[in-house]
Ligand binder design. Structure first.
Ligand code: GLC
Length: 747
């Protein structure tokens, strides 16, 4: 029911006020084939349904019908022992039903009892519990991150429904656009509209714990491999550092001021008029030397690479693209052209294998010049004159020819809307493969804005164009937590905020949270106030330096958490309920999070906030920095002085922390200290070379560190490297006296 608030025609307006009506269920016109299988994945019973609608074509005697195609799944790569399963015997959770609502749309209905929570669903602008919100999954360059933000960059159709400590999952394995309504009308029901003309799979994950559910989901859709250690250090970016001189100056400042940093990032202005695979000869005359020179100062360089290729007959990449049929074409067989940063541009069809190969060959331009990592942006793909290309209203998927342009998948030509959500995913895949081809035993770093289910296999992500607002600092918590539950562990948001002007206080607060973002980057837009750590007064610089140093101290713990993710799918940032599912107060606590199993972070998120309430689950906790003991099972008001992190360590934990270093190149020679909290404690420590894939063949060490009555011991869970050369120290905290050095016993 729409109601024009500007009307003065009150009679008509009154007639329009109809009140809520139950939505009629679409008539079930589903004719086709449903096939079900089941398997136990990581201890979770999973049902997989294959749905193939019947398609009729022609009229009269010429009328034919066949089952719709089911396209290759790009999301699911994990295997399981699938066994045939009678559909009637499946006890569908939440009374889930589905039907075909139109030739190009399927509707799913399910109940959502009042008390259940909705989590996951990838990148959504929302609180942690998504209940009461609606989400369109259709890759969109949407810089307006506000309560009405619906379409965003990434699309991951995996919903987790939490009922007390029991969690159930629904996953639609289709890249096609979807609209998920999680009881916006408060009628205790959810609805999914899936817009497709093809067959698809969907999965039900039966009731399990939250970690088991995420383990099962990521066993099927993949986990991130260990990232290069340097990519976990501080990354500094700006749209844009205009020339080589500025970048060199930036590097100098970090080292001179002793602010740790590993990576400098070059945004679009390094290019010649935004032509991909080029550099500006005037502003970056020594492009070939820049990365190599900076490497001597222990910096890595990353460049942005956007998909749009400038339409310019004189530009060889454009000519190659035309000749090799690499660009997406309309149904009239014309190259599809739209405007992005370079002006009129053509868009490579990353679904085509030959196109990915061509792109990879061109990427060697960066590798030859010493560029270490690639940042894929605008890969929804963004189109300045058509940011939301879906028809409005969008009631069903139009036929392929009517979908803006066509792409060429392994399964043949397909309309762009059906596979748009795969564009960023496939671009990242091509980029990662290119890096591995070039440097076969170096762990690659790719960052992407757009992505879909399983994108963690190819790239790290950031959540696009946020703004320098406290609200966006706050939202980064629930958004990243849901992204993590959806399989993507290596994620972050722009620290300081991308749009608008940050303030010194906001920047410091953002670093207090940002040091826990798995992806740790300060980035800001062209028009905003500079926000490098030294852009403000010396006092502010001092605080930011201290926080970045804390990030570097945490690196051994962070490495161990990435190792855990690679094996179990567990995210690094976890909602409180991950570890305390039976504690209803912890479950309801959305402004605190767990960083691994040992650290609880409860940040200040508002201006002038010098204290906050923190909920401490049962057990004993130790305050970060002071080691003050706190008895849990209660809420306390805690001071949040600016420049300090409000984090607490669980009793029984052993945290491996490094000494301060200026870049991860110093990591191997940096002493590590094991901090044990409580009389009896236990923790893990992972180490490898931080660079290569050798860990795949067992070249790593994993230690189990134990402490009992002030005495440390460690045993190898796995020992594939020699004894570490580095110096190891140990501290044990049993009371608020600050603890003291403990005896580190070998073996
Ligand atoms: C997009 C990106 C942003 C980048 C800008 C210029 O807005 O999200 O991070 O700085 O483009 O390349």
């Amino acid at each position: 029911m729409t109601f024009d608030i500007f009307t003065t025609d009150w009679t008509t307006a009154r007639k329009k006020i109809g009140g809520w009506q139950p939505e009629p269920r679409a008539t079930d016109i589903f004719q086709g084939n449903v096939h079900c299988e089941s398997a136990v994945v990581e201890g979770v019973k999973v049902y997989r349904f294959c749905i193939r609608p019947e398609v009729t074509a022609g009229k009269g005697k010429a009328k034919t019908s066949h089952l719709a195609k089911i396209n290759k799944s790009y999301a699911v790569v994990g295997t399981a022992d699938w066994k045939n399963q009678a559909v009637e015997d499946v006890d569908m959770p939440y009374d889930l039903t589905w039907l075909q609502a139109a030739a190009g749309r399927f509707d799913f209905h399910f109940t959502l009892p009042e008390w259940v929570r909705c989590l996951g669903l990838g990148e959504r602008f929302s609180e942690l519990n998504l209940r009461g919100t609606r989400h369109t999954l259709f890759a969109t360059d949407n810089p307006h991150h506000n309560e009405h933000a619906d379409m965003l960059y990434k699309s991951i159709p995996f919903l987790i429904i939490g009922d007390g400590p029991n969690y159930t999952g629904i996953f639609i394995d289709s890249p096609s656009p979807q609209r998920w309504d999680l009881d916006t009308e408060m009628v205790r029901s959810g609805k999914i509209e899936l817009f497709t003309r093809r067959g698809f799979y969907f999965y039900i994950f039966s009731t399990a714990t939250l970690p088991a559910l995420v383990a099962a989901f990521t066993a099927l859709t993949g986990r991130a491999e260990l990232p290069p250690l340097w990519s976990l250090g501080h990354q500094q970016c700006r749209w844009s550092y205009p020339d080589e001189e500025t970048i060199r100056h930036l590097a100098e400042q970090f080292r001179k001021r002793r602010i740790p940093c590993d990576t400098l990032v070059m945004d679009i202005d390094y290019m010649d008029d935004y032509r991909v695979f080029t550099h500006s000869k005037e502003r970056f005359p020594n492009f070939d030397r820049l990365a190599k020179d900076l490497e001597k100062e222990q910096f890595k360089l990353i460049t942005i690479v956007d998909p749009g290729v400038k339409k310019d007959e004189k530009f060889d990449v454009y000519r190659q693209g035309i000749k090799g049929e690499h660009f997406c074409k309309t149904a009239k067989d014309e190259v599809f052209i739209e405007t992005v940063w370079p002006g009129l541009s053509a868009f490579p069809d990353f679904l085509r294998e030959e196109t990915r190969k061509w792109w990879q060959e061109n990427l060697t331009f960066y590798f030859k010049n010493g560029i270490k990592g690639i940042w894929n942006d605008m890969n929804e793909p963004a189109m300045f004159n058509n940011q939301r290309p879906l028809p409005d209203p969008f009631l069903e998927m139009p036929e392929d020819e009517k979908q803006l342009f066509l792409q060429n998948s392994e399964d043949g030509p397909i309309g762009h809307f059906e596979v748009r959500n795969l564009y960023g995913f496939m671009m990242s895949q091509a980029t990662r493969e290119a890096l591995i081809k070039e440097r076969p035993n170096e762990r690659p770093f790719v960052l992407t804005r757009a992505g879909s289910t399983g994108v963690q296999r190819h790239a790290a992500v950031w959540l696009g164009d946020n703004t320098s607002w406290y609200e966006h600092l706050q939202k980064s918590l629930p958004m990243l937590l849901n992204v993590g539950l959806s399989g993507i562990a290596f994620a972050g948001v722009d620290i300081g905020g991308f749009g608008g002007h940050t303030t010194p206080e906001l920047l410091v607060r953002w670093y207090e949270v940002g040091i826990f973002y798995p992806f740790f980057r300060n980035h800001c837009a062209l028009m905003g106030r500079a926000q490098e750590p030294f852009s403000f007064s010396p006092g502010v610089e001092e605080m930011v330096r201290g926080l970045i140093e804390t990030r570097y101290k945490l690196l051994p713990y962070i490495q161990s958490l990435f190792w855990e993710h690679a094996r179990t799918g567990a995210p690094l940032m976890r909602p409180m309920e991950w570890h305390f599912p039976d504690d209803s107060l912890a479950v309801a606590c959305e402004d605190q999070f767990m960083f691994g199993s040992d650290l609880m972070v409860a940040p200040a998120l508002r201006p002038n906030q010098r204290s906050r309430f923190v909920y401490f689950p049962h057990g004993k906790w130790y305050a970060w920095g002071t080691n003050q003991e706190i008895i849990g099972g209660r809420t306390l008001r805690v001071d949040t002085p600016l420049g300090y992190i409000t984090a607490f360590i669980r009793e029984g934990a052993v945290l491996p922390l490094a000494d301060v270093m200026q870049s991860t190149e110093e990591y191997d020679a940096t002493p590590i200290t094991f901090h044990a909290y409580g009389a009896v404690a236990q923790g893990r420590f992972f180490e490898d070379d931080g660079k290569s894939f050798d860990y795949r063949s067992g070249k790593y060490n994993e230690w189990e560190i134990r402490v009992s009555e002030g005495r440390f011991s460690y045993t190898a869970v796995h020992q594939g490297l020699g004894e570490a050369e580095r110096s190891l120290r140990a501290y044990c905290y049993q009371s608020s006296d600050g603890g003291g050095p403990a005896n580190l016993a070998l073996g």
